[in-house]
Ligand binder design. Sequence first.
Ligand SMILES: N[C@@H](CCC(=O)N[C@@H](CS)C(=O)NCC(=O)O)C(=O)O
Length: 220
Amino acid sequence: MSHKLELISFKLCPFVQRAVIVLKQKQVDFDITYIDLNNPPEWFKEISPLGQVPVLKVGDDVLFESSVIQEYVDEITPPSLQPSDPLLKAKNRAWISFGSDILFAMHALITTKDEAVLEEKQALIQQKLGQLEAQHSGGSYFNGEEFNMIDAAYAPMLMRLCFVKNLTGLDLLENCPKLSRWSEVLLAMPCVQQSVVEDLMLMYKGMIKKMDGLLAASLG
Ligand SMILES: N[C@@H](CCC(=O)N[C@@H](CS)C(=O)NCC(=O)O)C(=O)O
């Protein structure tokens, strides 16, 4: 690798975390630069086409979109974390995208001030988790006994579901035994534990409090 990679991050962002997990699992030496998304610096606005993190700087080039960054890092550091079967790889990509929708619904769930929206988002998340449960292999990882890209992509969501349970008592995985076990396996992995700042759960709690939605009232 000719350039040291630089990842532009926001500490609370689950999409950045997806990229960090792959970088850590592949033992890539990279720099991480944190920005405040509420007050982004000028240089960030210039390089980020969507004004979003993650952004990966590769020399003078810039990559955006977490799944693209994950795949680029994977491709330059063989062996690949993707399944070799093209059909399974394509299915995994589709389910990774499905997971992004769950993350957006979770953000709405923890911030909304509207009771009807809260109920709607909770039902939506549980429905989507049920669909995911039906796709899961039932093994330690999504596809079986091998850690793949899809596991790296879902770990940030599983971590936040665990935060929500610990902080508010709301267990969105209660009817999903395969996902619950998957969560335990992934959250114990060093590449996942080292992918976030140490006090992320407290920061997450602080964000729920600050947004002052309905779920803030359930915080311990
Ligand atoms: N599809 C993007 C989503 C990234 C995303 O939503 N990032 C959020 C932070 S978690 C962001 O930068 N939000 C700022 C904005 O949208 O203005 C990806 O997978 O990278």
